[in-house]
Structures are given as structure tokens and as C-alpha cells.
Design a protein around this ligand. Structure first.
Ligand SMILES: [Zn+2]
Length: 353
């Protein structure tokens, strides 16, 4: 993320701090002195571990999760697409709050014995033991707050995952987002009544991400229903194994096609994509032939496959063009641009709703 400082890396996950996070220690130092700074550092540790639990659980299900960004309003683990199975989203979402709750349960008795009931249950920052007690309760508050069913907070994700067991993801998301809006209203009302600016900032953040994610789900669910045959372009150019790269380059310039199937006496033998043509020309010059550089290991799909599946195949193989087969014969190519066009159309339609 822009304007963030990389702190450390653990389990392949990079933990970063957005520079706006730095206002927190300053604010707390101004209002509570050194104790305030220590308190905020403690909260920072609890939030980081909470987000790490989300990210590790996500990784376990094969969901990309490689950065955690700490913002003044909390942490965000940036993740790839939401998992297919509702129970996976459920487990990813609950992992964070569960960590805070388990930590609190383990520390309850030792903290109670060490601090004594007077300090443990008092809510002020007069002495250092008071700071420890305060931190203990803040950790619990963190879990409870995140469990509010305000999508896309953890509780909202848990709610959506539970709903998605009995209805479509689209419908479950709509309901969860509805709850999200209700909580935004409550946060704003409460924030104005108590003069708590954090609640207003959190409400704004929840609003932005709920809206974004809702429209993302609408689009991907629509893509799931569209099939390859609905968008497959008519006709395509192909190359042979002995075609010179100079000729392929000419074809790219003279047509709108940038990726080509390689046909060897009528059968699909490989594909060449824009990226691999350009890097080959860069490396070897124009004299090589398609045979030297073509990709022989590639996935293919059928006319009745969904566009979501094509997108997945592209992500997994790292290829930007997928050959489409019909009864053992090549029917055409679907490229990243084709998907991009559909995506743009859908987003435009979503925006006008
Ligand atoms: Zn969380």
C-alpha cells in the first residue's frame, strides 16, 4: 500500500504500518503521557496478532494473503478473492476474534491474581498495573467490536457465511450489507451523540468497503452465469510452429489479436501470448520461430464453461489467453481483454442501478 512502512515479515506475510497510524501514539502521548503510548503499542500487538490469525487461516484455504496493513482504525489483512465455500469464509473471519478471546481466557486468572480485583476491574490509567488491566479489557473489546454483524467487519462476514449455507452468496451478501448499513447508521448516531470521532471514521470505512464488496459479488456472480459461448469472438488468427517471430509481430500490428493458438496440421500444439512473444524477441531477436518459444503446457476450456472458471484458469496458469475447445477442435481464444470488457460493462451497469 502507498504511504506505508514495512515493519517485518512473518510466515510469508508482510506486516506494514500506514503512516497515518503514527498519529495514534502522538495523540495518546499528548492526552495520557508515556502510559498512553505503551497502551497503544499493546493494542497494536493485539491487532497485529488478530490479523495474522485471519491471514494464516486464509492461507490454509489457499486464499492469497500476503500483507497486513495497520491503520489508525484497526488492521486490514489484504486478501485475494473470497473463498468458494462459506465455511472457509466463516473460519477465516472467526479466527481473528477467537484469538483475542482465547488470549483473554488464558490471561484472566493470572492477571486477576497479579493485579488484584481493585486494579483489574478499575478503568483508569493511574499506575502501570492499571495500564495492564486496561489493555486486558481493550483486547476483549477488540473481539466484541469486530464480532458486530456489520459487514464487512468479522461479524458481518460470519453472518454472510452462515446465510450463504441456505441461500445464494449474492442474497447472503445483500442481507449482510443491509446489516452493515444499519450499523453505519448506529455508529454515526452514537458518534455524533458522544462526540466520538473514531466511530464516524469507522462508519465511513465500513460504508466504503461494504459498497465495494457488494458490487464485486454482484459482478462475479453474474460472470458465473455467463458462459464462454456467450462472448467467444467470431473467428481468430492462428500461427504454425514454423512461423517466424517477425511474421507474428506483423500479425499483432495488423490485427487486434495479441495472442495466438499454434496449429500443427490442424491440431492445437501450443499457444503464444503477447508477453511471451515480446520477451522472446527481446531475448533472441526476430529470427526464431514459434516452435522455439510456444507454451506447450496450458489449460483449455469448453464452450459451456463459465467465465469465472476462465478467470480462475488464467490466475492459476498465469496465462492471459485460454484456448476454447469444441468437440476436440479449437473454437477460439478467450483473453484477459475479453474478460476485462465484460467486467467493465457489468461495473457500468452496476453503477447505474
Ligand atoms: Zn478481524
Amino acid at each position: 500500500m502507498k504511504n506505508s512502512i514495512k515493519l517485518f515479515r512473518v510466515f510469508g506475510i508482510s506486516v506494514e504500518m500506514h503512516i497515518s497510524f503514527l498519529i495514534l501514539p502522538i495523540l495518546f502521548w499528548l492526552s495520557m503521557g508515556v502510559k498512553g503510548v505503551v497502551l497503544i503499542l499493546g493494542v497494536f500487538v493485539c491487532v497485529t496478532l488478530h490479523e495474522l490469525c485471519h491471514a494464516l487461516q486464509a492461507k490454509k484455504f489457499g486464499v492469497r494473503a500476503d500483507t497486513i496493513i495497520l491503520l489508525p482504525i484497526g488492521g486490514v489483512a489484504s486478501m485475494g478473492s473470497i473463498p468458494d465455500k462459506p465455511y472457509q469464509e466463516f473460519r477465516i473471519a472467526i479466527a481473528g476474534p477467537l484469538f483475542n478471546i482465547i488470549l483473554a481466557a488464558i490471561l484472566y486468572y493470572p492477571a486477576y491474581r497479579f493485579l488484584g480485583p481493585d486494579i483489574f476491574f478499575s478503568m483508569n490509567l493511574t499506575t502501570w498495573p492499571h495500564v495492564i488491566a486496561y489493555l486486558y479489557w481493550l483486547n476483549i473489546l477488540l473481539a466484541v467490536f469486530n464480532l458486530l454483524p456489520a459487514f464487512p467487519m468479522d461479524g458481518g462476514r460470519i453472518l454472510r457465511a452462515l446465510l450463504a449455507r441456505v441461500m445464494t452468496l449474492q442474497k447472503a451478501t445483500r442481507i449482510a450489507v443491509g446489516f452493515g448499513y444499519l450499523f453505519i447508521f448506529l455508529f454515526v448516531a452514537w458518534g455524533i451523540m458522544t462526540g466520538n470521532i473514531w466511530l464516524l471514521i469507522i462508519a465511513f470505512f465500513v460504508y466504503i468497503s461494504a459498497t465495494q464488496e457488494a458490487s464485486h459479488v454482484e459482478i462475479t456472480e453474474t460472470l458465473k452465469r455467463l458462459k464462454v459461448k456467450d462472448i467467444l469472438p467470431n473467428g481468430y488468427l492462428s500461427v504454425g510452429p514454423d512461423t517466424k517471430l517477425s511474421k507474428v509481430l506483423e500479425m499483432i500490428f495488423h490485427s487486434h489479436q495479441e495472442d495466438f493458438p499454434v496449429l500443427d496440421s490442424g491440431a492445437l500444439a501450443g499457444i503464444v501470448t503477447r508477453a511471451n512473444i515480446i520477451s522472446a524477441i527481446h531475448q533472441f531477436g526476430l529470427d526464431k520461430t514459434v516452435r522455439d518459444i510456444m507454451i506447450k503446457d496450458f489449460p483449455s476450456a469448453g464452450l459451456l464453461d463459465s467465465l469465472t472458471k476462465i478467470h480462475k484458469l488464467m490466475e492459476e496458469s498465469g496465462l492471459r489467453a485460454i484456448p476454447i475447445m469444441d468437440a476436440g477442435k479449437l473454437a477460439g481464444l478467450i483473453t484477459m481483454e475479453d474478460l476485462g470488457k465484460i467486467y467493465a460493462l457489468m461495473s457500468a451497469r452496476e453503477g447505474t442501478k
